[in-house]
Design a protein around this ligand. Structure first.
Ligand code: ISE
Length: 335
C-alpha cells in the first residue's frame, strides 16, 4: 500500500520534502510532521489530509499509519531520531549529515548492525543528479583512464544565519566528501583546510571562502572551493582530470541567451532549485525501495565515512595542517 511517512523537522529542507512527498512522489503520503515549533508543524499538517503534527519524534514514529521516517532536522538532532527509528525498526531517509562526528555515526552504525539489516539511506542526493550520474558512468567505462585529480566548486548565495566554520565542513563540504568517495570509488585518507583572506561579506565568526584538500587511498588529489556567501547564486561544479582526458559538470548552460551585444544565462539561487530533480529521484527511489522491502542508496557506512572525514576537516580548521582520517573496518553488512 501507500507508504505513510513521518517527516521530522519542517525547516527549509523538511518543508520541501513534505511538498515533494505530498505532491510529486508516487506511492507515499505524509502521515506525520514533527517540529519543536508546534505551530509550524500544525500549520503544515492542517494543509494535508490525514497528517498529524507532533513535537516529539518518537511519538510520531509510534503512531498508527507511520511506516517510514524522513529525518530533516539539524545534524546534531539526527542521532537520537535515528536510534529511535531503529528501535521501531522503521526504514529511514536521513538528510545529510548522518551525524556531525564519527563517534555518533558509529553509535548509529552499531545499532543498525545489531538489528542485522540495513534500515538507513543517507541523503547524499548528488548521487541522483543526472550530471553526476553521467560523470560516474564515464569514469566507470575507463575511456579517460585513471582519475588523478578532482576539482570542485561549491558556492551558495548566502549561508543561513549562525552558520559556523564547522557547519561549512559538516553541512556543505560533506557533499563533496561523499561525491569524491562515490565518483572515484576510493576512501579519503587525509584532509587539509586552507583559508584565503575572508570575504567582507562573510558574517562575523565565519571565514568564507575556504579551500579543502582531500588525499585518497587511490592516490588522487581532490580540492574543494567552498564559498557559502558568494552572493551571486548557487553553483556546484566538478571537473575530473584523468590520464587521457577531463570531464566537467555543473556549468548550468541549460539555456544560453543572446541579446543586445551580450550572451548569457541565469544562475540558480538555491539548492532546492538546482537539485530539484535529484531530490525528486532520490525520494522516489527511497519510497520505491522501501515498498519493495529493500534499502538502497548511500548507506550508514557512507554516512560514517563522511562524518570521519568531516571531523578531520574540522580539526584541520582549528589545529591547522593535514589531518589523517582513520576509519574502522567496513562491516560485511555494507558490502
Ligand atoms: C545545505 O545544507 C546543503 O545541503 C546544500 O547542498 C549546501 O550547498 C549548503 O551549503 C548546505 O548548507
Amino acid at each position: 500500500g501507500t507508504l505513510g511517512v513521518a517527516v521530522i523537522g519542517t525547516g527549509k529542507m523538511g518543508a520541501d520534502h513534505v511538498r515533494r512527498l505530498h505532491g510529486v512522489t508516487g506511492g507515499a503520503r505524509v502521515a506525520a510532521v514533527v517540529d519543536i515549533d508546534e505551530a509550524r508543524a500544525e500549520k503544515i499538517a492542517n494543509a494535508i489530509e490525514g497528517c498529524t503534527a507532533y513535537t516529539d519524534p518518537s511519538a510520531a514514529m509510534a503512531a498508527d499509519g507511520v511506516d517510514a521516517v524522513l529525518i530533516a532536522s539539524p545534524g546534531p538532532a539526527h542521532e537520537a531520531a535515528l536510534l529511535t527509528a531503529l528501535e521501531y525498526d522503521l526504514p529511514v531517509l536521513c538528510e545529510k549529515p548522518l551525524t556531525p562526528d564519527a563517534a555518533s555515526a558509529l553509535r548509529v552504525m552499531d545499532a543498525e548492525l545489531k538489528l542485522g539489516r540495513r534500515r538507513i539511506q543517507v541523503g547524499f542526493m548528488r548521487r541522483y543528479d543526472t550530471e553526476y550520474v553521467k560523470l560516474k558512468s564515464l569514469l566507470g567505462n575507463g575511456y579517460l583512464g585513471r582519475p588523478l585529480m578532482l576539482h570542485n566548486r561549491h558556492r551558495n548565495a548566502a549561508a543561513p544565519t549562525g552558520f559556523t566554520s564547522a557547519n561549512l565542513i559538516n553541512d556543505s563540504v560533506v557533499h563533496e566528501v561523499d561525491a569524491t568517495r562515490w565518483l572515484l570509488g576510493q576512501e579519503i585518507t587525509a584532509v587539509t583546510v586552507l583559508r584565503p583572506t575572508s570575504s567582507e561579506n562573510a558574517p562575523e565568526g565565519l571565514d568564507d571562502p575556504q579551500f579543502v584538500i582531500f588525499e585518497t587511498d587511490g592516490g588522487a588529489l581532490v580540492d574543494v572551493e567552498i564559498f557559502v556567501n558568494c552572493g551571486f547564486g548557487y553553483q556546484v561544479q566538478a571537473e575530473v582530470v584523468c590520464e587521457r582526458g577531463t570531464a566537467r559538470i555543473g556549468e548550468g548552460h541549460a539555456m544560453v541567451t543572446n541579446m543586445a551585444g551580450r550572451w548569457g544565462g541565469t544562475i540558480a539561487q538555491d539548492f532546492t532549485e538546482r537539485f530539484e530533480d535529484a531530490y525528486d529521484r532520490e525520494v522516489q527511489a527511497w519510497v520505491d525501495a522501501t515498498r519493495r522491502g529493500e534499502v538502497t542508496g548511500p548507506s550508514t557506512w557512507d554516512g560514517y565515512a563522511a562524518a570521519a572525514v568531516c571531523e578531520a576537516g574540522v580539526r584541520s580548521q582549528t589545529e591547522g595542517g593535514r589531518v589523517a582520517v582513520q576509519l574502522v573496518e567496513r562491516p560485511a553488512l555494507y558490502g
